[in-house]
Design a protein around this ligand. Structure first.
Ligand SMILES: Cc1cc2nc3c(=O)[nH]c(=O)nc-3n(C[C@H](O)[C@H](O)[C@H](O)COP(=O)(O)OP(=O)(O)OC[C@H]3O[C@@H](n4cnc5c(N)ncnc54)[C@H](O)[C@@H]3O)c2cc1C
Length: 400
């Protein structure tokens, strides 16, 4: 017989956003919090870029979920199947139910591999990889490290994705490696991206234009990968720069693929979704409270706040959610607002990093007391050592 539990605060997802929120709520004295999370392992995804670049081992990016679950929080080891916000109830994959007074939705996003014909079969073999998965990030390095000539293609999909800089971070790490090996001149490096600029913030885009020139990378703006034939090592891209889209097929020797992304399908089907094809949770971009259900909040990759989806954004979203949630519990309307802060540490070489920090208006929003709009070694050290330390020891403990 399915059972039904009840918790004052229920959190969906024990990733970056879920654990950070739970830890902060515990520090505020909340004593009836549960997290629904099916995975045994918690991942620090930002380091997957350095795994693909051959700089860090993949094992460093994973820890047992039990170790990051805040003390005093109930871990419901199951997956949410659906949410009924009219009844304040969640149904789990096991069939059990959980009722809540307040709900925080943070199950991350879904990688839509199957939206590119042939991609699910192609990744992981014949020179095709992706840093967007724990099991594949080490393969990126396996495939690129021995390349000595031919064509290397890096793709970015249309629509919002987590860490919008990641498709090009790995391209610069690879180009730097090939340059060191003395083979860059024999490799045609191509970046296929749907937009018409390298980055949304002009100040940082200018720096990246120079980086692209330095490595001799060909950039195909307003193009997107639409199909791939792994066995033939051919990719079809669509050129959307003209009046009608035009498709062309190119051969490759190495390809780094980033799949299209959207809300998890089960979430798209709930009343919490914004009803668009991407289907993310419909929140007020400032308060992060649901636009129709006042006892529901969402943060991280699963919300439709028009921010750049990163862990850095989560760090600034979590205190806003906590304040406004606690206000709601006291019958007040919260006055904390998220300004869209996000940060993208772009690795431009092994040992060089451009730290892009910006807000909803794509205006620079720096947290460092010096100019980060240039490639720096100290910011590389921050990404490689400082931020992972801060993540595991401070952020997941509700201290940063
Ligand atoms: C290659 C790469 C590079 C990146 N680089 C950076 C970077 O440099 N800087 C940065 O700040 N960010 C970076 N990010 C982005 C960052 O990792 C994410 O934005 C962040 O993890 C989002 O947190 P989240 O909690 O919303 O989602 P996640 O951390 O993905 O967590 C979602 C959790 O929900 C769980 N879940 C899934 N389905 C269900 C369900 N049905 N029921 C319950 N739980 C469920 C999952 O198991 C998971 O634990 C990068 C990401 C990638 C892939």
């Amino acid at each position: 017989m399915p059972s039904t539990a009840h918790h004052r605060i229920l959190i969906v997802g024990g990733g970056t956003a879920g654990i950070t929120t739970a830890a902060r709520l515990r520090r505020k004295g909340q004593d009836d919090i549960a997290i629904v999370e099916p995975s045994d392992t918690h991942y620090y995804q930002p380091l997957w870029t350095l795994v693909g670049g051959g700089v860090e081992p993949v094992g460093k990016t994973a820890r047992p979920m039990a170790k990051v679950m805040p003390k005093g929080v109930t871990w419901i080891k199951d997956a949410v199947a659906t949410i009924d916000p009219e009844q304040n109830q969640v149904t789990l994959a096991s069939g059990d139910g959980v009722e809540y007074d307040y709900l925080v939705v943070a199950p991350g996003l879904q990688l839509d591999w199957d939206k590119v014909a042939g991609l699910p079969d192609a990744v992981g073999r014949n020179g095709v990889s992706s840093n967007y998965r724990y099991d594949l990030a080490p393969k990126t390095w396996d495939f690129l490290k021995d390349l000595r000539g031919g064509r290397a293609i890096f793709t970015m999909p249309d629509g919002p994705i987590k860490c919008g800089g990641a498709p090009q971070k790995i391209m610069y790490l690879a180009a730097d490696w090939w340059q060191d090996q003395g083979v860059l001149a024999d490799i045609d490096v191509t970046f296929v991206l749907p937009g018409d600029g390298l980055f949304g913030v002009p100040k940082f885009a200018k720096v990246l234009e120079k980086v692209v020139d330095r490595y001799g990378i060909e950039v195909m703006f307003q193009h997107e990968m639409v199909a791939i034939d792994g066995a033939a090592k051919e990719v079809t891209v669509e050129d959307r720069s003209g009046a009608a889209p035009v498709r062309k097929t190119m051969g490759y020797d190495f390809l780094h693929a980033v799949p299209p992304q959207s809300a998890p399908d089960w979430l798209k089907d709930t009343k919490l979704s914004d009803g668009t094809p991407l289907g993310y949770v419909d929140v007020d971009p400032g308060t992060l409270q649901h636009t129709r259900y006042a006892n529901v909040f969402a943060l991280g990759d699963a919300s439709n706040a028009p921010t750049a989806k990163t862990g850095a954004a989560v760090r600034k979203e979590a205190p806003v959610v906590i304040d406004n949630l606690l206000a709601a519990m006291e019958g007040r309307s919260g006055d904390k607002r998220y300004n869209g802060y996000s940060s993208c540490p772009i690795t431009t070489a092994r040992g060089k990093l451009l730290l892009a920090e910006f807000d909803y208006d794509n205006q620079p929003d720096p947290s460092m007391p010096f100019d980060t709009a240039k490639e720096r070694y100290d910011m590389w050290l921050l990404k490689r050592y400082g931020l992972p330390f801060m993540y595991w020891n401070l952020m997941l403990k509700g201290l940063a």
